[in-house]
Design a protein around this ligand. Sequence first.
Ligand code: MN
Length: 239
Amino acid sequence: MTTRRDALKTIALTTGAITIGSHLLHAQAPATEVPAVFKLPPLGYDYDALEPFIDAETMKIHHDKHHAAYVSKLNQAIAGAPGFESKPIEEILAKLDTVPEAARKDIRNQGGGHANHSLFWQTLKKNENGKPAGELAKAIDNSFGGFAKFQDDFGTAATKVFGSGWAWLVWKSGKLSIESSANQDSPYSTGGVPLLGIDVWEHAYYLKYQNRRAEYIKAFQNVVNWDFVSERFAKAAKG
Ligand code: MN
């Protein structure tokens, strides 16, 4: 026989259980559900395609975890900048001052991470002794005094990045230049078009090279897809 007291107890327990249950469900969901405006682009080749210069494990973690995290956090950030979700990330980075201030830092960091890596994957291809072609080859000769000199200057810029960042070959104000950027800052934010970038965050090389950044920078010369970079230059130079 159920007394009124027992019945109340049952109700209280049941209600408690429901409350806890829904609380747990809520806790398991992401902090904020936001639309997947930006998406992780596919790598476009196998993880081991750049071996032995860049190892498969590094490529897998770099693309599937690091780049994926930039995309996910960019989607969180863009939710705080209504109207910007329809713009290409390159365009947003080129006009960061128009982004609402509360979302600007996250969009600069996460959006830069997304844009930088999206370009990075496309510029990589095992291409031992590969060289720039066509107009880019000429422009590199004119701007840097030859391809070997360019390789030296680019490598030096990458070596000199203090902490995490990138070194870049950039098309800017009608000419080629070598630049570096801190963190995930993009050349688009300083008026340039990045043609080639080397990621010198430790996540880009630490598994294979540990603290030997210079070795990774040297190895990187063997995995530049110069055909892609040459085409990208032709488009950028055309305007
Ligand atoms: Mn990276």
